[in-house]
Design a binder for this molecule. Sequence first.
Ligand SMILES: [Zn+2]
Length: 272
Amino acid sequence: MKTQFLSIFVLLFLFFGCKTNVITGKKTLNFFGDNQSLFPTSFQQYRSFLDEHEVVTGTKDASAVARIGNDIANAAALYYAYLGTPNGLDNYAWEYNLVKSEQVNAWCMPGGKIVFYTGIMPVAKNPDGIAAIMGHEVAHALADHGAQRMSLGIVQQAGGLVTAQATKKEDERKRQQIMMAYGIGTTVGGMLPFSRKHETEADKIGLTLMTLAGYNPEEAPKLWERMKAQSKGGVPEFLISHPSEERRIANLQEWIPQAKAIADEIKLTQKK
Ligand SMILES: [Zn+2]
């Protein structure tokens, strides 16, 4: 009986949970279609993360992260307008913070909440390097990779009936919130690695974003060379989910002309 109920539950989710993403044009599993329910929970989690960590302010690096983050967000807005969805980012509340930590990592939570760790700054090295990382992380958010991962997590979780049972008496809204909190909790700080497919997608979109924002895309493959060098004698956090560095560097090299062409075309459309 339980299993039967659950199968229906999962099937319904799968049926209603597919959404076409604006920026990738792909139909993927995503229960948080309009982001209306996902973002507030994400923002809350971001706030508590910042409360529990040391946020760096007033330094050159902190202002670089904020300035470049803003440039990438503006590029994302241009890109969305070009794709015919100028209101696509209305629910976003962009925020860029530098957090004190030796971790070589950066991430962007659903809705545009970004963290750079101080440990990644020497590897980023210059504004173009920061823009390459920023573009990549923002691309994960725009492509709904976090939401997809959480949706998948919910399906897996439903298989164990854990949340469904534990929250049986709670109302539907509350249950949704608990499920999302679970998903986001495991997502913060990139605790769960993205798949290789998502990484490649984020690299490609990120390269276009940084180019459109006026940064030099030639720096992206160089950044990953530095990441690779850094990883000798211990794998930095940021690389755990990135299995084939050689492939990634070669891809980025290959995509530069295309990224420049798209950026030029978008800029031209803007001028009209
Ligand atoms: Zn990534």
